[in-house]
Design a protein around this ligand. Structure first.
Ligand code: ATP
Ligand code: MG
Length: 481
């Protein structure tokens, strides 16, 4: 294999990027006054819901309010999950956003209320302030030599600020750290004295002519002023669940890495809460309530709701955002029907954001954004057909056809998706309406349908025909509420 070939292969690997269903969403696309911009940050239309979501973001950012619950409700494919992702992107890095689907609660080997509790605790972080001593200065010289017995290395580092210059003796560990960071004379660095971590801040302005020593990302900054040794406040972020795991004695922090944290005793949690309240009062720690997003919330059952009712009132509660596309449907685990499958008393706690079906223009723009995101070039006529299909079938179906049509276009060596590719993809892949019609037409030949109808009595697993019927009813009635 020659060298060119290897380079070629590497390039191919680097180009492989994954695009998820919501990867085009970079925020809520609102202006300073929280007014939605028709098309911004990957978001299109759905203005009222986006504006409401913007207010929620503001509420979260102010950080004073916790334990509120919000429901995003609307028909399938109207952008509920997309809006939640937009909220996540609008939050600062220190505000945790935990996203889960309600069905996850039923597949874990810990109880539902415990896994909800863990999700609650993951959605709140604290920042702990720590004062550390730092050395900050421009490297004048680094000298590394072998010791007299040739076994160890010894070194000297000269650092300067605008006011002073100091020589430091280097130990083995510091030498390694400096080599690892590729520190050379002219670099401005900080050294954390407590753990020896070296951080390169940039290079001195006066060195901007040293072309051969400059990488593409080099920043040029001024030589630091004042003393070389400084005290700085460093903030560490941890979520409450991490603290719980570290403090639950049988588990230890290693459980964090294995992912198998098991159930955590409520006494352990209470101790953590007491300690955090103490730190908060002393000003050592700051609390950052974040967001817990529970998608497909109609999958929550009566037990989960009663847990949530209480948990939302606790001192350490995040803002919980639910999303569902169900209308009047059974509350899971009961025989009662209720809007969105939520018990009425719980529903009363929520503020509800509605999403409404998209106009043709909105659909057309969403398809365009997605085509760009998936790097597919679509001819205007083919785009029109995809938009029409989205209105007649569903937005999701058209979104799926983008990449499938692109593969068909590439097969006939074209870089642009034409009407014929969309038509072919339409023929190959069915939407739910045609699939349903097909099943109805050939019902008798589908043995598995008969099998399902005779084995529906087990209920609990969430499958089966009875359940499926309620789901269908639910999604239809979601339009009337
Ligand atoms: N306003 C929007 N702007 C840009 N993209 C959107 C918008 N609304 C939806 N989308 C995209 O359309 C697709 C379907 O939307 P989404 O998954 O958010 O629907 P949903 O309301 O959560 O549906 P379901 O009820 O089935 O969960 C996603 O790829 C999403 O990113
Ligand atoms: Mg969704």
């Amino acid at each position: 294999m020659d060298v060119d070939q290897i380079v070629g292969e590497q390039q191919v690997i680097q180009k492989l990027e994954r695009t998820g269903a919501h990867s085009h969403i970079r925020g809520l696309g609102l202006d300073d006054k929280l007014e939605p911009i028709q098309k911004s940050e990957g978001m299109v239309g759905q203005n009222a819901a986006r504006k409401a979501a913007g207010i929620v973001v503001k509420m979260i950012k102010e950080g004073r309010i916790s334990g509120r619950a919000i429901l995003i409700a609307g028909q399938p494919g109207t952008g509920k999950t997309a809006i939640a992702m937009g909220i996540a992107k609008s939050l600062s890095q220190e505000t945790p956003f935990v996203s889960m689907s309600a069905s996850e609660l039923f597949s874990l080997d810990i109880s539902k209320s415990e896994s909800l509790m863990q999700a609650f605790r993951k959605a709140i972080s604290i920042s702990i302030k720590e004062e550390s001593d730092f050395l900050e200065g421009e490297v004048v010289e680094i000298q590394i030599d072998r010791s007299a017995d040739q076994l160890t290395r010894v070194g000297k580092l000269t650092l300067k600020s605008t006011d002073m210059e100091t020589v430091y003796d280097l130990g083995q560990k510091m030498i390694d750290n400096l080599i690892k960071e590729k520190v050379t004379a002219g670099d401005i660095i900080t050294i954390n004295k407590s753990n020896g971590v070296v951080t390169k801040m940039g290079r001195n302005f006066t060195r901007s002519q040293d072309y051969d020593a400059i990488g593409p990302n080099t920043k040029f900054i001024h030589c630091p002023e004042g003393e070389i040794q400084k005290r700085k406040i460093v903030r560490h972020f941890l979520n409450l669940h991490e603290i719980d795991v570290i403090n639950s004695r049988q588990q230890g922090f290693m459980a964090l890495f294995s992912g198998d944290t098991g159930e955590i005793k409520s006494e352990d949690r209470m101790k953590v809460n007491a300690k955090i309240s103490e730190w908060k009062d002393e000003g050592k720690a700051e609390l950052h309530p974040g967001v817990l997003f529970i998608d497909e919330a109609h999958m929550l059952d009566a037990e989960c709701f009663s847990f949530l009712n209480r948990a939302l009132e606790s001192e350490f509660a995040p803002i919980v955002i639910f999303a569902t596309n169900r209308g009047i449907t059974k509350i899971r685990g009961t025989t009662f029907k209720s809007p969105h499958g939520f018990p009425p008393d719980f529903l009363d706690r929520l503020i509800i954001i509605r999403t409404i079906p998209y106009s043709n223009e909105d659909i057309s723009q969403i398809l365009k954004i997605r085509a760009e995101e998936e790097q597919v070039n679509i001819h205007d006529d083919a785009h029109l057909i995809l938009t029409k299909m989205a209105t007649e079938s569903s937005l999701r179906y058209s979104l799926q056809l983008i990449i499938t049509s692109d593969i068909l276009a590439k097969k006939r060596k074209s870089n642009q998706v034409e009407v014929q590719d969309v038509k072919e993809a339409y023929g190959l892949f069915m939407d739910s309406k045609r699939s349903k019609a097909f099943i109805e037409q050939y019902e008798k030949e589908f043995n598995f349908l008969l099998d399902v109808s005779t084995t529906t009595t087990n209920g609990g697993g969430g499958g089966g025909q009875n359940n499926q019927q309620t789901l269908m009813e639910g999604s239809e009635s979601s339009m009337e509420i």
